[in-house]
Design a binder for this molecule. Structure first.
Ligand code: SAM
Length: 322
């Protein structure tokens, strides 16, 4: 895994939200772009405003790699990129009242009703913005979809935390994005919505506080049949869900797990190894998940499964810091 000077991997940080002053090595206004695509908008912003710090979120690895080339060519020092769902990143990585401006440019609209949970504006996005934006801070949201533009405008008009400052049909800004150009060339109308925060909100964060490096250990008999039996099993409790997709045997045992906390999903590997009469279940070295409640619960629950059901075993330690 190549980590460049621009990529930030907050999974290993000891505390959440992040201390951005430490990350950038200076105190400056913070600007965020969610879904930066090929990065040209973010790069141009960062070039024009060297006195500000910029954070970009993107989930596409290809975009992530391409964008970094642009930042490198321009030798930008004031940009950091995080490869994670921007809804999660904005909520978990920024303290309240810390961000001056958020840009969301041409997000995937997810037109079908059954996909609406995938929209960037879904879940607690409004509350998150109302928490992390400075008072008077703004969101600029651009889209080529008429219905989506109106839906977002209504959403913010109904919110007690924001006023809608602008609703533009036929977007013209002095920095263009790739998708903005693409839709213009096809004769489509682009929309821009600008909202300003007027009241703060509290948002529930999953990672707030110390970041535990979780592992569990236990004693007892573990059989391959019992391990294989875990494959495809779904565990659910409140907002936490995880499924053991596959179990591998390669000296140690490996579990491929997908967990979700609300609308945040991640995949990782757990490693089970024997040390004398003790088993240790921990995050595999090749994996780097966020230690969310569902992730930590998957460790505990798998241990519970392996130490019950006719197989004698005693829990030696619960989730601990190492
Ligand atoms: C239609 S493209 C627009 C790219 C760019 N903003 C532009 O205007 O040219 C949407 C981008 O958002 C990214 N994306 C989708 N969902 C995301 C999420 N939850 N968090 C961060 N990025 C996301 C996609 O990978 C894609 O690069």
């Amino acid at each position: 895994m190549v980590v460049t000077e621009y990529e930030l991997r907050p999974q290993g940080f000891s505390r959440f939200p992040i201390d951005w002053e430490e990350v950038f090595g200076r105190k400056a206004k913070l600007i965020v772009e969610i879904g930066f695509g090929n990065g040209e908008f973010l790069a141009e912003l960062a070039r024009r405003f060297p006195e500000k710090n910029f954070v970009g979120f993107e989930v596409s690895i290809t975009s992530f790699v391409k964008a970094q080339r642009k930042f490198k060519q321009l030798n930008l020092k004031n940009v950091r990129l995080v490869k994670v769902d921007g809804r999660f990143g904005l909520r978990e990585l920024f303290p309240d009242e810390s961000v001056e401006k958020v840009y969301v440019n041409f997000p995937c609209p997810w037109r079908k009703a059954r996909h609406q949970e995938r929209r960037i504006t879904s879940g607690d996005f409004v509350e998150t913005l109302a928490a992390v934006l400075e008072r008077g801070g703004t969101l600029e949201f651009a889209t080529d979809e008429d219905w989506y533009a109106r839906e977002v405008k209504d959403m913010f008009e109904e919110s007690p935390y924001f006023v809608v400052e602008d609703f533009v049909e036929g977007l013209q800004r002095d920095i263009e994005t790739r998708y903005e150009r693409k839709w213009k060339e096809r004769g489509k109308t682009n929309f821009l919505i600008v909202v300003r925060k007027v009241h703060g909100a509290h948002v529930k964060r999953l990672l707030e506080g110390e970041n535990e490096m979780a592992h569990v250990s236990f004693s007892g008999k573990v059989t391959w049949e019992k391990l294989k039996d875990l494959e495809g099993k779904v565990f659910r409790e409140g907002d936490k869900v995880f499924v053991v997709k596959k179990v591998y045997r390669d000296g140690d045992f490996l579990f491929r797990v997908i967990s979700t906390d609300g609308n945040f999903q991640q995949q990782y590997y757990l490693n089970l190894s024997q040390h004398g009469d003790k088993w240790v279940l921990k995050i595999d070295e090749g994996s780097d998940p966020y230690r969310t409640p569902a992730m930590k619960w998957s460790l505990r629950k798998i241990m519970e499964y392996l130490t019950t059901d006719g197989l004698p075993g005693e829990v030696l330690q619960d989730v601990v810091d190492v």
